[in-house]
Write a protein that binds this ligand. Structure first.
Ligand code: NAD
Length: 491
């Protein structure tokens, strides 16, 4: 019997009772005030940073198991990004925690005011399988920095990473306030029955709706980090080789298309499309060789359900004959080669859902300006990209395309900029994180107004005389000058 099976048979089920016990325990810790101090937050962020640094090899191995993810991608997009998030949080924590002084108004004169960031309480992070280390721990960094107790529920679809997270967080973190619950729908449902102070969910919109409905029962706020069909508009006045490489890096170099900000489809002009296809083919061959199914530099499809879903998109009659590159598959290894489809109809199956895999349809238009209207016929995506040297087109793109985030002349890299909020809009999500936005996502911004006993204006108290009414109107209309006029009768 394997170690895992042994554990599964001996472990009691994580049900509603266990979930209640867990949240009760964490609530007690939070109520003790332990997680509020700067020292606790900093110590836990240091511990998390050590956890990542000490276990790079295990993290790489777990992701090899779960997705056959190339080590370089794991180190660049999971390990390095987490280290950076910890460093930013540790460097900025004191600033973030410092109350922000703000101006007051004449109505409360004399007074001073500040915004105090306070922890929300006990929060739940539910994460997805595609960047399972990063997507689990990055929100946890925000939750800790903001002084919360936190439960993490990693994805069961990346089981090696899930169990590594449970083991390492158990060893490195303060378990009276930071815990991992492994499991699938039953376990997540048990957790969702509890009252949380925030739920941070990463995954698809169908489950996002389940999470939001569960949260609504307790008026719990949510962050929903969802996905969508992220378009790439390609103009003809560009450095085509660089553009092709950056599209490939964002699509196939980003977990083989299994990334929330992965380029989902391209829009270009009918005239330019063949040139673009040639450039993509040529760079793809340089990166992955003549037989990409054998390449060690590209992740596999996560499981057979997703493999079957992707094959169904290719089997649609509406795209028959449209494959201009790739299309090879090996079901036993869960591999589909990088595949480009040209002149794909907008009503095809592949254009009806987020692809989340190595298939890249190209839509063609007569004039590039039409592409913005085409994009806007679908729900708002998590990201949108444009390659162009045309200043006017860039401005038009920024003003007319609504998406979680935009990048001009590259793909996906905006998520490495911690000064930019990362999150969706509409169907692609609700709320944002990264850098200070992570701290804010897990904080309540408490307004505090300070007053003394001097200057107790009689105007607010009865009897409500005509003079008081005149004064009030003067205040509303003319500020302090108006008040002086009303008081002293000057015109
Ligand atoms: P997934 O299957 O791992 O599910 C996400 C989480 O939801 C898991 O922890 C899972 O256990 C839980 N879950 C699944 N079914 C549930 C149910 N019925 N009730 C309660 N919980 C349930 O991941 P996924 O949804 O396949 O992830 C892919 C999607 O996530 C894509 O749409 C992608 O774009 C999006 N995504 C978004 C981001 C982002 O940062 N915005 C990042 C990664 C992925």
């Amino acid at each position: 019997m394997s170690e895992n099976t042994k554990n599964e048979t001996t472990k009691p089920p994580f049900d509603a009772v266990a979930a209640t016990l867990l949240t009760t325990e964490l609530r007690e810790t939070f109520a003790s005030g332990k997680t509020r101090s700067y020292e606790w937050r900093a110590s836990q962020l240091h511990a998390l940073s050590r956890l990542v640094a000490d276990h790079e090899k295990q993290i790489v191995d777990a992701l090899r198991n779960d997705l056959d993810k190339p080590p370089l991608e794991t180190v660049a997009y999971e390990v390095a990004m987490l280290k950076n998030s910890c460093n930013v949080a540790l460097k900025e924590l004191k600033n973030w925690m410092t109350p922000e002084k703000v101006k007051t108004s004449i109505t409360t004169f004399p007074s001073s005011a500040e915004i105090v960031s306070e922890p929300l309480g006990v929060v739940l992070v539910i994460s997805a399988w595609n960047y399972p280390f990063l997507l689990s721990l990055d929100p946890v960094i925000g939750a800790i920095a903001a002084g919360n107790a936190v439960v993490l529920k990693p994805s069961e679809i990346s089981p090696a990473t899930s169990s590594l997270l449970a083991k390492l967080l158990g060893e490195y973190m303060d378990n009276s306030s930071i815990r991992v619950v492994e499991g699938a729908v039953d376990e997540t449902s048990a957790l969702l029955q509890q009252k949380w102070d925030k739920i941070f969910y990463t995954g698809n919109g169908r489950v996002g709706r389940i999470v939001m409905a569960a949260a609504a029962k307790h008026l719990t706020p949510v962050v929903l980090e969802l996905g969508g069909k992220s378009p790439v508009v390609v103009d003809s006045n560009i450095n085509l080789k660089v553009a092709a490489r950056r599209i490939i890096a964002g699509k196939w170099g980003g977990n083989n298309g299994q990334a929330c900000v992965s380029p989902d489809y391209i829009i270009t002009t009918k005239d330019y499309a063949p040139k673009l296809v040639d450039a993509l083919k040529s760079e793809l061959e340089k990166f992955y060789g003549k037989n990409p199914l054998e390449s060690k530099d590209i992740s596999r499809i996560v499981n057979s359900n997703h493999f079957a879903r992707l094959i169904k998109l290719l089997d649609d009659d509406k795209v028959s004959g449209k494959i201009v590159y790739g299309g090879e598959k090996d079901e036993s290894k869960l591999r589909i080669s990088p595949t480009i489809l040209l002149d794909v109809p907008r009503d095809s199956l592949i254009m009806s859902e987020e692809i989340f895999g190595p298939l890249l349809p190209i839509l063609v238009v007569d004039k590039l300006e039409e592409s913005f209207d085409v994009i806007n016929t679908w729900p708002k995506p998590l990201a949108a990209y444009i390659f162009t040297s045309n200043k006017k087109l860039k401005e038009q793109f920024v003003m007319t395309v609504s998406a979680g985030g935009l990048v001009v002349n590259d793909t996906t890299v905006h998520l490495a900029v911690h000064t930019l909020p990362f999150g969706g809009v509409g169907e692609s999500g609700l709320g944002a994180y990264h850098g200070k936005f992570s701290f804010d996502a897990f904080s309540h911004k408490k307004s505090v107004l300070y007053r003394g006993f001097f200057g107790d204006a009689a105007i607010r108290y009865p009897p409500y005389t005509n003079t008081k009414m005149r004064l009030l109107k003067a205040l509303i209309g003319g500020g302090i000058i108006g008040v002086i006029r009303a008081l002293f009768g000057s015109s």
